[in-house]
Design a binder for this molecule. Sequence first.
Ligand SMILES: [Zn+2]
Length: 111
Amino acid sequence: MPFQLPEITYPLSIDSIGKLLTLGHEVTIHCHEYGCGHSTRINLVQLARKLGMDHSILEQDLKPHFFCSRCRDAGRASTNFGFVHHSMTLPHSEWPIEREEERQRVIRARR
Ligand SMILES: [Zn+2]
């Protein structure tokens, strides 16, 4: 089933998985367990399919749906992990054509 991204309204309140996707934001998860330190980027599309676009992104609302795979493999039942919200930043969110144009401008300016 196709996704319906939520409409962004102002004043802006980024409080749902859908709004993160609409705004191009990302969330990474970081395990704080001593000796682990596993971290990864969350697939927000997959998460929205599972929990819904309107699901809250507060830590206490996301946490029950996650675990640290490395700790679980090691037999630890760690809930000692947290989330980091990333706004859309360069270079990850940069469009290839714009990046190439900027590169050309810099090369031309050097000559
Ligand atoms: Zn871990």
